[in-house]
Design a protein around this ligand. Structure first.
Ligand SMILES: Nc1ncnc2c1ncn2[C@@H]1O[C@H](COP(=O)(O)OP(=O)(O)OP(=O)(O)O)[C@@H](O)[C@H]1O
Ligand SMILES: [Mg+2]
Length: 346
C-alpha cells in the first residue's frame, strides 16, 4: 500500500498554449508548452513540452506533433492525459506519488460532456478527488480578489485559445462570455494576411514570433519594417521578405477592438444590476493570461471604457497561483468548485 505521505494535491491549468501545474504548499511545478511529439509510424511518445515544441518548429521526418488542447478545450483526451502524466513525472521523477486532490481550471464555455470528460481523465490520472473551477474564478483568486465578495470584479483572461470575460461576485459568475478571439487567432490572422498580401507562407509559430516582435514594449515605433522568412507561394522557393509592420499592427488592433466590444457588452448586460456596474467602476478590470502582455492593451481598454485597468503580476501564471491558493485553503474555496459527487461517493 502507498504511504499517505506520497500523495500530492495538484493544481492543473491545461492551457491551449501552456500547461501549468502546482502542488499544494510547494507552488508552481510545471510550466511547459501543451504539445507532444510522437513517432508517425509507431505513435510512440518522443518528446513533450519545450522539447516537443522545438520539434514542431523544425519538422523532422517521421515525427508528428499534437496539440491536445485547442480553444481552451481538451480535444484529444488520450494525448492530453499522457502529456500531463509525463510532465508530472518529469518534474517529480523520484517520488512514488499518487494524486489525492486534483483541482483543474476549465473555460466558462465548457459543456456537461466536457466536464464529464475531465472527470474521466482525472480518474485515469489516478486522482482520488477531482474538482473543476472556472478559469476566470481561479484567475481572480490568483490576483488576490475574494470571489465571495459582494463587490463585483471584472476579469478578462486573454489566453492562447480563448478570451474569457467574466463578472465575478458572491462566489459565482454574474455574466460572462468566452470569445474565440485569442492569441492563436491573432497568429492565424497574421498567417492569412502574409499569404494573401505577400504570397508568403509562414507557420503559426513564425506568426507567434512576429506578433511578439511587433508588440514588444521595447520596440521603437519608428521601426516599421520587419524581416520575415517564409515560403514564396508564387516562386515556390523559400525567401526572406521585408514586411511593413503597420498593417499587422492594424490587424492586431482590429482584433483587440472586438475584445473591447465584448468587455463593453458584459458591462452593458448589467443595466438591470446597477450596483454591480458601479462596483466595476470602482474596482475596474483585471487582465490575466498571456495576452495581457500585449503592449498598450491596458491603456487601450481604459481609453475605450473609462474604467481602471490592472494587468495582474506575471499574468500567465495567475490561474495556477489561484489553483495553489485553492488547494491551500480548500474548505474556504470549496463553494466555487465543481465536483463529481456521484463518482466520489464513498
Ligand atoms: N508579450 C506578449 N505579447 C502578446 N501576446 C503574448 C505575449 N506573451 C504571451 N502572449 C500570448 O499569450 C498566449 C498564451 O497565454 P496563456 O499561457 O495565458 O494561454 P493558455 O492558458 O495556454 O491558453 P487558454 O487559457 O486560452 O487555453 C499566446 O497566444 C501568446 O502569444
Ligand atoms: Mg489559460
Amino acid at each position: 500500500m502507498l504511504n499517505i505521505e506520497t500523495f500530492i494535491d495538484l493544481g492543473l491549468d491545461p492551457g491551449s498554449a501552456n500547461t501549468l501545474m502546482c502542488i499544494k504548499d510547494k507552488g508552481l511545478l510545471v510550466n511547459e508548452p501543451t504539445i507532444v511529439a510522437i513517432s508517425s509510424d509507431s505513435e510512440k511518445l518522443i518528446a513533450i513540452g519545450h522539447e516537443a515544441l522545438n520539434m514542431h518548429q523544425k519538422m523532422h521526418p517521421g515525427i508528428q506533433t499534437i496539440l491536445p488542447v485547442s480553444n481552451g478545450i481538451i480535444g484529444d483526451y488520450d494525448t492530453a492525459q499522457h502529456l500531463f502524466r509525463e510532465l508530472l513525472h518529469k518534474a517529480k521523477p523520484r517520488i512514488l506519488f499518487g494524486i489525492h486532490r486534483l483541482v483543474t481550471s476549465v473555460p466558462i464555455s465548457i459543456t456537461e460532456v466536457g466536464k464529464r470528460a475531465f472527470f474521466d481523465m482525472a480518474e485515469h490520472l489516478g486522482a482520488k478527488e477531482t474538482y473543476l473551477v472556472f478559469e476566470p474564478i481561479a484567475a481572480a483568486i490568483g490576483a488576490g480578489i475574494n470571489p465571495f465578495d459582494s463587490v463585483a470584479s471584472l476579469i478578462v483572461n486573454l489566453g492562447a485559445g480563448s478570451t474569457q470575460v467574466a463578472v465575478i461576485s458572491l462566489g459565482g459568475i454574474v455574466s460572462g462570455e468566452s470569445l474565440s478571439i485569442s492569441g492563436n487567432q491573432i497568429n492565424h490572422e497574421i498567417v492569412q494576411y502574409l499569404k494573401e498580401k505577400n504570397s508568403l507562407a509562414i507557420s503559426d509559430y513564425a506568426a507567434e514570433h512576429i506578433k511578439l516582435q511587433i508588440t514588444a514594449t521595447d520596440r521603437p515605433e519608428r521601426e516599421n519594417r520587419l524581416t520575415v522568412k517564409g515560403f514564396n507561394l508564387l516562386s515556390g522557393f523559400p525567401e526572406t521578405q521585408e514586411i511593413s509592420t503597420a498593417a499587422l499592427r492594424e490587424l492586431i488592433s482590429t482584433m483587440l477592438q472586438e475584445i473591447i466590444l465584448a468587455i463593453k457588452k458584459s458591462i452593458e448586460v448589467l443595466a438591470n444590476k446597477p450596483d454591480v456596474a458601479v462596483d466595476i467602476l470602482e474596482h475596474g478590470i483585471y487582465l490575466t493570461g498571456g495576452g495581457a502582455l500585449l503592449n498598450g492593451i491596458d491603456k487601450k481598454i481604459h481609453s475605450e471604457t473609462g474604467l481602471p485597468v490592472t494587468i495582474c503580476d506575471d499574468p500567465q501564471t495567475t490561474v495556477s497561483t489561484g489553483l495553489c491558493t485553492i488547494l491551500e485553503n480548500f474548505e474556504l474555496y470549496q463553494p466555487v468548485l465543481i465536483n463529481n459527487k456521484t463518482k466520489h461517493k464513498p
